[in-house]
Design a protein around this ligand. Sequence first.
Ligand SMILES: Nc1ncnc2c1ncn2[C@@H]1O[C@H](COP(=O)(O)OP(=O)(O)OP(=O)(O)O)[C@@H](O)[C@H]1O
Length: 456
Amino acid sequence: MLLARNILLVDDEAPWLRTLSVTLQRLVPEAVIDTCVDSRQVMSRLNNTDYALVLLDLTMPFDSGETLLESIRQAHPNTRVIIVTGVNEVDTAVRCIKHGAYDYFIKTDDVADLGHSVRRALEVVGLERNYTRIKDRFLTKTLNQPDAFSHILTCEPALLDQFRYLEAIAFSPEPILIQGESGTGKKAFAKSCHLLSAPEQPFITINLAGMSAQQFDRQLYGQLSQLPGESVAGAIHHAQHGVIYLKDIAQLPLDSQAKLAEVMEQKIYHPIGSQQGYGVNCRFVVSTQVDLIALNQQGDIRSDLLYRLRGHKLTLPPLRQRKLDLTILINHFVQQAAQELQLNPPPVPSSLVVQLQHYGFPGNLYELQSMVIDAVSRSDAVQLNCAPFMQAINDSKVASEVTQTFVFPAQLPTLADMNQALIDEAMNRTGQNQTAAAQMLGISQSALSRRLTKDK
Ligand SMILES: Nc1ncnc2c1ncn2[C@@H]1O[C@H](COP(=O)(O)OP(=O)(O)OP(=O)(O)O)[C@@H](O)[C@H]1O
């Protein structure tokens, strides 16, 4: 949670101000505390510095605390005021709260309670500021740092919206969840987040597919060992203030999920074998190909992690819903492939995009990229060879006809045979990616994993 920092303590008794300042600094170490003994200076101090919170005495020469409370609430509605006074009267307290005081304390009250109230007020102001910044950035049509998105080609309004949203949340300390099918550009967006927030710092990817809880804990948090050469620093240490990209969070074993949620919440981690906690300074960007809410309902993802991740969420559309982008993407991949193959880029026939309008691109940008490489390598200098595209369009038509009509052999296969054949086909089609195969089969990844293990 983002904590606003600046506090102004106002009281005409200088010794009390000093004591209060020292006590509060101990209770809320992140706070930046200023003091003011002259009530006439309060408003000008507030005009010059962006205070999140004012702690205000009531009985002071010149301007009374109650007058100042009204002026502050009117001129600086985002600044909270806590009354700290010797006046122990219910009527006064009620009046102050009515006029917008956040809280009311008697000077003899327990300072720990005052400390809690101050911390809560700072958190509230921090959240409000964060929310306003995100809203303002999101409503702005232009981008502050377009260069951070130069590797993501698009003219789709839905994706351009995601650029502005990412720019708005780039400095928020909360994790970012990016959802989308394989090859929709999740990692490309994670890199944009890195370029926006900490380009000088490391960007570390951890692919969670097939990773055990122990492997994950060791890789992320590191391990402290008495044995020479066995200690290893984790990604959180290496990333410093940079970005850690956790690819395919749905594959994270349940045992590691609770710990990760807690680390994200507390911003403290313990390397394996260490009692000492260390601060987490990096930003987490997490990707998923599957709907985490559905997985949560099946018991495959813990609620604490799910809710921790859903603060900032981007959903990337599949390529079949990005028809406007086909032309620029094909041209871009043609240039890229020609450069790699050391050929002159062949011209793209204008009919190609029209022919691809109804193609589903199950492999999204990966598929388009490899089709283009295939096409460029078969091309002469006159025109791009469109055979690989036509082949894919025809194959998909045949496949959809087959699945629609289900032509079975004379002797029906058993249910077990059909199950096995479907699982094998889904695993082959997805390049042995269990999450994508499970999605294709309409079952959970853990259910597929159980079946695969049973077959071994
Ligand atoms: N808008 C884009 N313009 C150009 N290239 C792109 C764009 N989006 C993605 N790419 C490229 O497409 C490929 C797939 O993108 P990326 O790796 O970001 O997808 P992903 O969703 O993270 O995939 P996976 O789920 O398999 O990890 C990469 O080579 C990437 O550079």
